[in-house]
Design a protein around this ligand. Structure first.
Ligand code: ZN
Length: 340
């Protein structure tokens, strides 16, 4: 009961990349960089296990950014000539590569870190991929001329990699779709369908993470404009409830999401965000157990997973480590309180 997991990303050590940045520059090149990525991955596997988490991830140490880490391995994309584009409905500008030709995978994308992680943990292994809709919102299209068509093309590539990750021994494949909270109608109309293409044929557990973004200033400012009640999930959850996706990860603690929206996910496993990623304050076990207790009004005991609101990539290592420990302690307290 109340398994613990992180949304996905963890801070990169200073010897691997620039710290506390969303698009950090690597500190090494070639084989040296590959070794540094492997070392950082192992370090975080050990740290998650030591903290007492039940589901372990690679902390996304081998990718520069959660979207571009995938896109870099796709043919038909011009990474040499990036353009500035407003992303997430112009919430912030990003330097994005351009789609210039039909999309095809160059080969495996995440074999190195997935196989490494599998070899070094006996716990459940979760691996994250960007969702098709969020990828489409983080690249400039100069070829397809149609968002849905391009999303479906990316979904096919994601499916190819997801099936290979499953063969590597990954237990849970999670697609990250922060764009679902920005383009809610599109998400319901075709985003969930694209997600199901990406997850087609998987027999491992499948998940989707939908959040209000990393704890960066642009996102914190955006949240100020969303009013007293954040009801974005309300438009997407019904479509997800009907989908084949097994788990849904959502923001909860310190958010203005009305918790009763979790009821819309009946039948699904729900990863409830009990850790705030926009604050360096470490949650107490009591606060975390309280959040779990509140969520239990809407989510069945055996379907609740305690999770972070989003990735921890832009935080300091010390804060992230303390938050992992708090997460495990808070879930343990919740088991004592509500286990009977
Ligand atoms: Zn997120």
């Amino acid at each position: 009961m109340f398994e613990t997991a992180i949304a996905g990303s963890l801070p990169k050590p200073a010897w691997l990349a620039e710290t506390e940045k969303l698009w950090p520059q690597w500190k090494a090149q070639g084989p040296e960089l590959q070794q540094a990525k492997a070392d950082a991955t192992l370090l975080w596997i050990k740290a998650q296990e030591d903290a007492g988490l039940d589901v372990i991830g690679d902390g996304e140490q081998a990718r520069q950014h959660f979207v571009h880490g995938f896109v870099e391995h796709v043919e038909g994309i011009d990474f040499e000539h990036k353009v500035t584009m407003g992303i997430r409905n112009n919430r912030y500008d990003a330097q994005v590569p351009q789609v210039v030709a039909p999309l095809r995978l160059k080969g495996r994308v995440h074999a190195f870190e997935a196989q490494l992680a599998r070899k070094h943990t006996k716990k459940k292994l979760k691996f994250t991929l960007p969702g098709p809709m969020t990828i489409v919102d983080t690249v400039a299209d100069r070829y397809y001329g149609d968002k849905v068509k391009m999303a479906m093309a990316f979904a096919e590539l994601l499916n190819q990699e997801a099936l290979a990750l499953q063969a590597d021994g990954v237990d849970i494949i999670q697609f990250d779709e922060p764009a679902f909270n920005v383009y809610m109608q599109d998400a319901a109309d075709w985003g969930v369908a694209a997600l199901e293409v990406a997850a087609r044929g998987l027999t491992c557990t499948t998940a989707v993470h939908i959040c209000y973004g990393y704890g960066i200033k642009a996102n914190v400012d955006w949240k100020q404009t969303l009013g007293e009640q954040w009801r974005q999930y309300e438009q997407v959850f019904p479509a997800l409830a009907k989908s084949s996706i097994d788990q849904v990860s959502l923001e909860c603690f310190h958010s203005h999401v009305p918790p009763e929206l979790m009821k819309l996910l009946e039948g699904k496993q729900v990863m409830v965000g009990v850790i705030d990623v926009a604050s360096d304050t470490i949650e107490t076990p009591e606060e975390i157990a309280d959040t779990i207790g509140m969520a239990l009004q809407y989510v069945a005991k055996d379907k609740l997973i305690a999770c972070t609101n989003c990735g921890l990539a832009p935080m300091s290592r010390e804060v992230a480590m303390a938050k992992l420990e708090a997460l495990a302690q808070g879930a343990a307290l919740a088991r004592q309180r509500y286990g009977g």
